[in-house]
Structures are given as C-alpha cells and as structure tokens.
Design a protein around this ligand. Structure first.
Ligand code: G3H
Length: 195
C-alpha cells in the first residue's frame, strides 16, 4: 500500500488576519511548518523513488512545498481554495456586517451555498474529480498540499464521509493526515507537527 499525505499550507499572513481567499505568503509560523514538513516528508518517503508533491497554484501552497527537495512538484488549479467571489479578502466579521443575507444563507446551507461570482462546496467537489481519478491511478506516494475547503472534500472521499458533513470537517493547520489504502480498507494516521 502506498500513502497519500494530505496537508494544508503553512499558516499564511491572511490566516493571521482572519481574511479568506487572497494569495498571500506564509507567516513566520507557516515558514517553520514548511521546513518541518520537508523534514517529515523526506524521512517518511525516504525509500520511495517516485513520490510527487501536488500543490495548488496559490503562493501559500507553493511556498509550503518549496523546502522539499527530494521529489518533483506539480501545480493543480483544481487544488486552489474555494473561490469566495465577491467576499474574497474579507473576514467573516466583515461578511456578517456588510452582507448579512449572504452570511445567513451560507450558515443555513454551507454545502450548497455559492458565493456571488464564486463557488460552493458542491462546485469544489465537482472540480476535484480529475484530481481524485489521478490520485487513484498513482502507484507512488503523493503529498497533497492544499487548502481547508478542498482538503475537507478530498478527505471525505477517502474516509467515506457523507456529503453533508464535508463543510464542517475539522481540518487543522500544521497537521498531516496520512491515508493508506489497503485490502482491508482505508487506514488513517495524523501527525501534528506544531501548534
Ligand atoms: O478561505 C476559505 C476557508 O478555508 C474555507 O473555510 O468553508 O469553513 O469558510 P469555510
């Protein structure tokens, strides 16, 4: 069995400010995570000749992957964070204050709610299909460095979690979820590299 390692990017400057979307660089803590992740991956996959590192096209995942020297990297647009449309760059407080109907609509049905000029969780799940097909086809280990909403959807696929739970799955920063697909089903391990 070969592992799939899932992780969010290291903490970004927008994470610190509570802003969603955007395309900022990492915070100091995020940069430390990138180095720890590289160490972990290079040790964990030492005996693997053909692993690969998949990121989104956003800076925060590319920078998180950058200290990993041992394996090739591939950028997928399909791994980009949920597109928050007109709310991109706002905090949840700002959305609540300036666009209360949008805030309430999302709270009511987070799975189906689509940001104006952006995406819903269902949209994200749909665009992940080619990524999932490719992940299933791979024989070598893959490290996926992506974003909260996207990883909720990917994780739910492998862990067989129901659709309606997806937007609420806990997906902490600075933690690696290792998935192993064997004959007896899916096994999962978590490694929290820092707080
Ligand atoms: O920027 C988007 C967030 O990572 C997604 O979180 O769907 O819980 O608002 P949320």
């Amino acid at each position: 069995p070969r592992p799939i390692l899932l992780t969010r990017h290291g903490e970004s400057r927008d994470n610190v400010r509570g802003r969603i979307g955007g395309d900022t660089v990492l915070s100091d803590a995020g940069e430390i995570y990138a180095k720890k992740l590289a160490n972990f991956v290079e040790k964990r996959l030492k005996s693997e000749r053909t692993a690969s590192i998949w990121t989104s096209t956003l800076q925060r995942t590319i920078l998180t992957a950058s200290p990993i020297a041992a394996f090739p990297k591939i950028q997928w647009r399909a791994l980009d964070e949920i597109n928050a449309g007109v709310c991109d760059g706002m905090t949840y407080e700002e959305i609540k204050k300036n666009m209360p109907e949008e805030y309430e609509a999302r709270k009511k049905d987070k799975l189906r709610y689509r940001y104006p000029r952006g995406e819903s969780y269902l949209d994200v799940i749909q665009r992940l299909e080619p990524v999932i097909i490719e992940l299933e086809r791979q024989r070598a280990p893959v490290v996926v460095i992506s974003h909260q909403a996207v990883l909720r959807a990917l994780y739910a696929y492998f862990a067989d979690r129901p659709l309606k739970e997806i937007p609420h799955i806990e997906m902490p920063l600075h933690t690696i979820i290792e998935i192993q697909m064997g004959v007896t089903g899916v096994q999962e391990k978590r490694y929290k590299l820092m707080d």
